[in-house]
Structures are given as structure tokens and as C-alpha cells.
Design a protein around this ligand. Structure first.
Ligand code: HEC
Ligand code: HEC
Ligand code: HEC
Ligand code: HEC
Length: 433
């Protein structure tokens, strides 16, 4: 009995000395973690444009530069990914041996990384890996009351992420990523974000990180109704809505002979190619000055938003370079769930709203006249009544989703009858002589 205790004690002491002798600089470990996540962002270097020849799988589509990220092949849980084995077995390995691995044939990073980078990566592999599954399970055991009282997030993270974790438009709300991709979120919380000045929590201990994950998992998801309406405003005119730079060259998919081609930035508006009625060459904009001959989006109603985001990022559309993640997501939600069949509101032959104008008048006076004036003469560049007669599909889209970069309310969640009646009413508003 005594001997075992003593042996355990001696072993414990040896391993304690062992660890302290091997103690690595935590700054090197977390930097290694960030390089593992995305070395080119961390190094502010350009990743190769061609796919990594070692990246073999055809099952998943990964953009060429991303095939050079360690995580693409070895995973957020370090257990391997896309047909490659993990690096878990190399925990506690000799960093010098790992540096040698990073110079082998599988890892053609000769000029891309320097020896300092390789050493940080080796330190991360040798002493920075964590059992992700165990942390996720520990987070599940954190009591709800404890999880929701996380003051670290409120004081350390919220300056950038907002108290609800959804302020940054370039990433998904943290609540969603923590629920859907907990390993990735843990890796980022432990090591920080490549190229950023986000603090790494590693030295605060696993408990802090586990509680952080549990807390992030309680944060709200994006609001679908708000996302759809925002997508509708982006569909109308995303350049105005995000107050970004206007495009100087016409959209490559815009037919050279179409009418609007002389205003380059206009050719980038979704509505210009797909119509205010979303029906493209099958709808109201099949002819006339806005005709492009391009198909509509009605077939995409109900489609998986991820699929629509892929279309928007693809070569046919090129929006990945000019819009942030959340903007693309809002557009996709709009296309998937925000389109309505406008024929149910507007008679396609006469262009007249099917609603009851006398019923709509009261709604108009209470909800719209404050900005537009009783007779529709204010705020809008063009008279609201005139637009609603010549281009009722435009008016209806704005009524449902609001106006880009403006506080005009989106009516899409109100009773459709109210919307029909207001549109019928504004069609009766007369311009002053
Ligand atoms: C395109 C895929 C790919 C990428 C990217 C990649 N590796 Fe590897 N890695 C491999 C393959 C293949 C092996 C050999 C193991 C196997 O056959 O599955 C390997 C092995 C390793 C091993 C040895 C694992 C063991 O147990 O023998 C380490 C350590 C390693 N990689 C680290 C890294 C690091 C760090 C990065 C980023 C700088 C990286 N890898 C990027 C494909 C990749
Ligand atoms: C100085 C600003 C800043 C602070 C402080 C900050 N972050 Fe971040 N964080 C960012 C930025 C910017 C990104 C997005 C990076 C990008 O563009 O890919 C990000 C990304 C993330 C991501 C990745 C999400 C994803 O979907 O890719 C996680 C997780 C995260 N932060 C968690 C935290 C936590 C937890 C804290 C507090 C310990 C924190 N952040 C503090 C700026 C910050
Ligand atoms: C310059 C013209 C143009 C603009 C602007 C444009 N698109 Fe497209 N869009 C097209 C063309 C052309 C196709 C058909 C491509 C194909 O079938 O390969 C298409 C197809 C689509 C599809 C797939 C439809 C289907 O049934 O397969 C979606 C979804 C889509 N566009 C959404 C949008 C959104 C959202 C915007 C605004 C952010 C937008 N588009 C802006 C030209 C345009
Ligand atoms: C907070 C002020 C505000 C309120 C309230 C408001 N709007 Fe607007 N609306 C605007 C602004 C600003 C525009 C954009 C004008 C422009 O740029 O030409 C606009 C544009 C429109 C347009 C399309 C633009 C056009 O050229 O005709 C329609 C249709 C419209 N509003 C209808 C309504 C209706 C119906 C209501 C009531 C349900 C309403 N608005 C309430 C501010 C408002």
C-alpha cells in the first residue's frame, strides 16, 4: 500500500518536473493555434491560389486557398478531417520532430512559413491540443443560471461582439456558431482569432472556456423576420443599404444590350436582373426598359439558404467579395422565404391592387402619412401615388420590406389584407397640378 502511494507520489513529482522543464511559452502555443486555424490570415500573407495537391477528397467543396489551412485536413477537434488522419497522436511529441513533419512532402509550406512559425505550430500540436468532446460535455453540465451569468463575455468580448454576440456582420451570431460548431468556437476562444486582436483565453484555464461556451450557447440566433426584411432591402439596393462603395464596372452577367447598362452600379441591383416581382423574364419586367431576359427567382422559394448563398458567392454573381456573411445570409433568407406571389395582391393585367382603398385610407393616415404626407407628396423622390400606379410591384416590394438605408417600416408581418388595402389607397393619391 505504502509503496504504491510513494511510487505514485514520485511519479507525480517526476511528471511535475517534466512539465515544468518542458514548459512552453503560452504565447507561442496560442500563436500556433491561430496559425493552425488560418496561417495566411495570421501572417497577413497571400495563400496559394491553386488547391493543395495533398487535399484529395472530392466529397466536399473547399475553396482552393482554404485547402492550405491545417484545420481543413486535421479538423477542429484535431482528430482528422476530409480523409486525413488527426494530430492527436502527436500530443507531447518532441517539437523538433514536429518541425521536421512540417517540412515533409505532405506539407509543402517551404517559403510560406518560417522556422519561427513552424516552432509555434509544433508547440501548439505538442502542448496546445484539447479534448474538445470533453469540453463540450462539460459545457452541457454547466447549470443554466451559472451559464447566463457570464461576466467575462460582457466585459471582455462584448466591446466587439455586442452583448448579444451578433454585432459583427462578417460572422454568424456567436450563439449560432456556439451551438452548431462548438469545437471551432472553443479553438478560437482558447487561441484567439487569426490576424485579429481578440484575446486568447487559454491561460485563464479550461473552466473559464467551458463556461464561456455554455454562455455563448445561450445567446440569441439571428431573427428570421428581421433577416428576411433586411434581405428585401438589400435586394432592392444593397449599395445604398450598406452605404458602401458603388460598383464602377457593370455586373458581368448584365446583358450588354439592356437599357440600364449605362449606369454601372445599377446593374448590380438584384431587382434590375430579377425584377420587383421576382419573376424575371416571366413577369412584368420581361419587356420595357428594365428587361434583361434573365430568369426569375420564384423557383428558389423554399430553397436551402446555404444553396442560395453559394449562388451569390459563385462566379455568376460575385457578391462574396462585396457583401458580408450576414448580408448574404439575409439575401438568401429573403429569396427562400420572403418572396410572395405578387399576383395575389396586384392584378397582373391591369396593375391595380386588389385591396379596398377606403379601408386602406385609415391605415395610411396612421402609419404612412407622418413621413409621406396625407397626399403622398413628401420624402420620396417621386410621388408615391404615381409610382404605385406605374410600378405597383416596386411599391409593394418597398411596403413589405421597407426602404434601403431608411427607417421606413417593413409591413411584411402584418395581415396581408392591410397591405392590399393600403396599396389600393396609395394608387388613388393624386399629384398636385
Ligand atoms: C491538404 C492536407 C493537409 C494539410 C492542409 C495539412 N496537413 Fe498535416 N498531414 C497531412 C497528411 C496527409 C499527413 C500524413 C498523415 C496521414 O497519412 O493521414 C499529415 C500529417 C501531419 C502530422 C503528423 C501526424 C502524425 O500523427 O503522424 C502533423 C503534426 C501535421 N500533419 C501537422 C500539420 C500542420 C501544423 C498543418 C498546417 C500548417 C498541416 N498539417 C496541414 C495532410 C495535411
Ligand atoms: C477586438 C475585437 C474583438 C474582441 C474583444 C473579441 N473578438 Fe471575437 N472576433 C472578432 C472579429 C473581428 C472576429 C471575426 C474575424 C473574421 O473576420 O473572420 C471574431 C470572431 C470570433 C469567433 C469566430 C466566429 C466565427 O463564426 O468565425 C469567435 C468564436 C469569437 N470571436 C469569440 C470571442 C470571444 C469568446 C471573445 C471574448 C473572450 C471575443 N471573441 C473577443 C473581434 C473580437
Ligand atoms: C446582372 C444580372 C444579375 C444580378 C444583378 C443578379 N443576378 Fe441572380 N442571376 C442572374 C442570372 C443570369 C442567373 C441565372 C444563372 C444560371 O442559371 O446559371 C441568376 C440566377 C440567380 C439565382 C438562381 C435562380 C435559380 O432558379 O436557379 C438566384 C437565387 C439569384 N440569381 C439571386 C440573386 C440575388 C439575391 C441577387 C442580388 C444580390 C442577384 N441574383 C443579382 C443574373 C443576375
Ligand atoms: C419613417 C418615415 C417613413 C414611413 C413611416 C413610411 N415611409 Fe415609405 N418611404 C420613406 C422613405 C424615406 C422612402 C424613400 C424615398 C426615396 O428615396 O425616393 C420611402 C419610400 C416608399 C415607397 C417607394 C418609393 C417610391 O418611389 O414611391 C413606397 C411605396 C412607400 N414608401 C410606401 C409607404 C407606405 C405605404 C407607408 C405606410 C405603411 C410608408 N411608406 C411609411 C419613408 C417612410
Amino acid at each position: 500500500m505504502k509503496r504504491t502511494t510513494l511510487a505514485t507520489w514520485v511519479l507525480g513529482l517526476v511528471s511535475l518536473i517534466g512539465t515544468s522543464a518542458n514548459a512552453v511559452d503560452p504565447a507561442s502555443v496560442v500563436r500556433g493555434g491561430r496559425l493552425y486555424d488560418n496561417w495566411s490570415v495570421e501572417l497577413k500573407a497571400r495563400p496559394p491560389n491553386h488547391p493543395n495537391p495533398v487535399f484529395k477528397t472530392q466529397q466536399v467543396r473547399v475553396d482552393a486557398p482554404d485547402t492550405w489551412r491545417c484545420v481543413a485536413c486535421h479538423g477542429w477537434d484535431y482528430q482528422g478531417n476530409n480523409g486525413v488522419s488527426g494530430v492527436r497522436g502527436r500530443q507531447k511529441a518532441d517539437p523538433a520532430a514536429l518541425v521536421a513533419v512540417l517540412k515533409d512532402a505532405n506539407h509543402g509550406y517551404e517559403e510560406l512559413l518560417d522556422d519561427g512559425d513552424r516552432l509555434d505550430l509544433a508547440n501548439f500540436i505538442a502542448s496546445g491540443q484539447t479534448d474538445m468532446q470533453r469540453l463540450v460535455e462539460a459545457a452541457r453540465r454547466v447549470k443554466p443560471a451559472q451559464a447566463s451569468a457570464n461576466k467575462v463575455f460582457a466585459t471582455v468580448c462584448s466591446v466587439c461582439h455586442g452583448l448579444d454576440g451578433d454585432r459583427l456582420r462578417q460572422i454568424a451570431p456567436l450563439g449560432d456558431s456556439a451551438r452548431q460548431r462548438p469545437f471551432e468556437v472553443l479553438h478560437v476562444a482558447l487561441n484567439g482569432h487569426p490576424g485579429g486582436n481578440m484575446p486568447a483565453l487559454r491561460t485563464l484555464g479550461e473552466d473559464t472556456v467551458v463556461r464561456m461556451l455554455a454562455y455563448l450557447q445561450t445567446l440569441p440566433s439571428f431573427n428570421l423576420a428581421a433577416s428576411i426584411a433586411n434581405g428585401g432591402r438589400l435586394y432592392d439596393d444593397w449599395q445604398t443599404h450598406i452605404a458602401g462603395q458603388r460598383q464602377a464596372l457593370p455586373h458581368p452577367a448584365y446583358p450588354p444590350k439592356a437599357y440600364y447598362a449605362n449606369t454601372a452600379s445599377e446593374t448590380w441591383r438584384c431587382k434590375e436582373c430579377h425584377g420587383w416581382d421576382y419573376k424575371g423574364n416571366q413577369g412584368q419586367y420581361a419587356k420595357g426598359e428594365h428587361a434583361t431576359g434573365i430568369k426569375g427567382l420564384r423557383a428558389m422559394a423554399g430553397a436551402d439558404p446555404e444553396r442560395i448563398m453559394a449562388v451569390l458567392r459563385s462566379r455568376s454573381h460575385l457578391y462574396g467579395a462585396v457583401l458580408k456573411y450576414r448580408d448574404l445570409q439575409d439575401l438568401a433568407n429573403f429569396v427562400s422565404q420572403g418572396q410572395i406571389d405578387m399576383d395575389t395582391v396586384i392584378d397582373p393585367r391591369t396593375g391595380l391592387a386588389r385591396g379596398d382603398a377606403s379601408q386602406g385610407a385609415a391605415h395610411y393616415r396612421s402609419m404612412c402619412a407622418g413621413c409621406h404626407g396625407l397626399e403622398g407628396h413628401f420624402v420620396a423622390k417621386r410621388h408615391t401615388g404615381r409610382v404605385s400606379r406605374t410600378d405597383p410591384w416596386h411599391s409593394l416590394h418597398n411596403m413589405l420590406n421597407g426602404h434601403p438605408d431608411d427607417t421606413m417600416p417593413a409591413l411584411r408581418e402584418l395581415d396581408p389584407k392591410v397591405i392590399n388595402d393600403i396599396l389600393a389607397h396609395i394608387q388613388t393619391l393624386k399629384e398636385r397640378p
